[in-house]
Design a protein around this ligand. Structure first.
Ligand SMILES: NC(=O)c1ccc[n+]([C@@H]2O[C@H](COP(=O)([O-])OP(=O)(O)OC[C@H]3O[C@@H](n4cnc5c(N)ncnc54)[C@H](OP(=O)(O)O)[C@@H]3O)[C@@H](O)[C@H]2O)c1
Length: 302
């Protein structure tokens, strides 16, 4: 048992050193790369706030036309106005509730009716519910599964098929570092992100020779207010949504399959994944309890 643990730490240390070196080499290469998106259009879900809003700005600043979707129409319109003011690109808005099957239909059909060709898709919209799986409201769980799993799958299916026909395209699914580890108190959020990770990996195998590239972004905590909304304290290791969107954009354009922004999160993932499963669960449970204890008072509001 002790020998296994030592080997685990050695492997984790080597993996961390490898991750730091790869990230330095990648950064150097990226400096010279051109990610110009002139003439191309990206569809971004969950573009009304947080990481999605930053994705919209990063894509537009690289010359992409953008199609923005979320439920908050007014917020989307204001973001689209700012983008068209700041960059020589078009910004379209399609409001849709992706926690319903009709929402996915509305989005896909509106894109078709407007004659827009989607060259790249960022499945960023997502939500979480905090609390033990046996306590949280069942409607909220179903909504989460519909948004984080069903809609992501259907959008990959619909836009992926169009891209396959044209022999080009890129899809980025925004998962989480939680995809790699058990996450007590985060009920089906972690498993839904693990699903996104495996879906992306499976589709990248299927589409390997079709010219369509699949990527999945797995950030650790991000300073978007999501943690506070869920009743937790913001982690002090949290990245800014801009850092995450930029890392996602670069990774996606260079065809990376799994994108983990920041070497610290690579290290965390490698260390945690080499712990025995019960230690993993205990470690993350303790961390979540720490964040809960330091979060806003109105926790466990299901
Ligand atoms: N923040 C983190 O610490 C963190 C860490 C790892 C991964 N992530 C992932 O990153 C992604 C973005 O999260 P964020 O932190 O930027 O959160 P956020 O600021 O709360 O943004 C979520 C976005 O999703 C949209 N959305 C929510 N429910 C929707 C629905 N039913 N239909 C359509 N759109 C909906 C929201 O817009 P409307 O409310 O206007 O619909 C908003 O634009 C999520 O997939 C999340 O799981 C976040």
């Amino acid at each position: 048992m002790k020998k296994n643990m030592n080997t685990g730490w050695l492997v984790a240390g080597a993996a961390a050193a490898g991750a730091v070196c790869c990230s330095l080499v990648r950064k150097k290469k990226e400096k010279d790369r051109d990610y110009s998106g002139y003439g191309k259009t990206v569809l971004i879900t969950g573009a009304s706030s947080g990481i999605g809003m930053e994705f919209a700005d990063v894509f537009a600043s690289n010359g992409f036309d953008v199609v923005l979707t979320a439920r908050s129409e007014e917020k989307l319109k204001s973001i689209a106005r700012d983008i068209e003011f700041n960059y020589p690109v078009n910004a379209d808005v399609i409001p849709a509730d992706l926690s319903t099957a009709e929402g996915v239909d509305i989005l896909y059909n509106t894109v078709k009716q407007r004659g827009i060709r989607i060259d790249q898709l960022v499945n960023n919209a997502g939500t979480g519910v905090f609390g033990s799986t046996v306590d949280v409201d069942t409607d909220k769980l179903s909504e989460l599964i519909q948004l984080n799993i069903t809609s992501v799958t259907l959008l990959c299916r619909l836009f992926g098929a169009d891209m396959k026909q044209r022999h080009e395209g890129r899809i980025l699914n925004v998962a989480s570092l939680g995809a790699f580890m058990p996450d007590p108190y985060f009920n089906v959020y972690g498993p839904s992100k693990a699903y996104e990770l495996y879906l992306t990996e499976a589709m990248s195998g299927e589409l390997r020779s079709s010219g369509v590239s699949m990527s999945v972004l797995c950030p650790g905590p991000v300073r978007t207010g999501l943690a506070k909304k869920l009743g937790k304290a913001e982690s002090r290791f949290a990245l800014t949504p801009r850092e995450v969107a930029e890392a996602g954009f670069r990774g996606m354009q260079s065809g990376e399959l799994i994108i983990i922004p920041n070497w610290k999160f690579h290290l965390l993932k490698d260390v945690i994944c080499h712990l025995p499963v019960r230690c993993r669960i205990a470690f993350i449970r303790a961390w979540q309890e720490h964040l809960l204890a330091n979060g806003p008072d109105d926790i466990f509001r299901n």
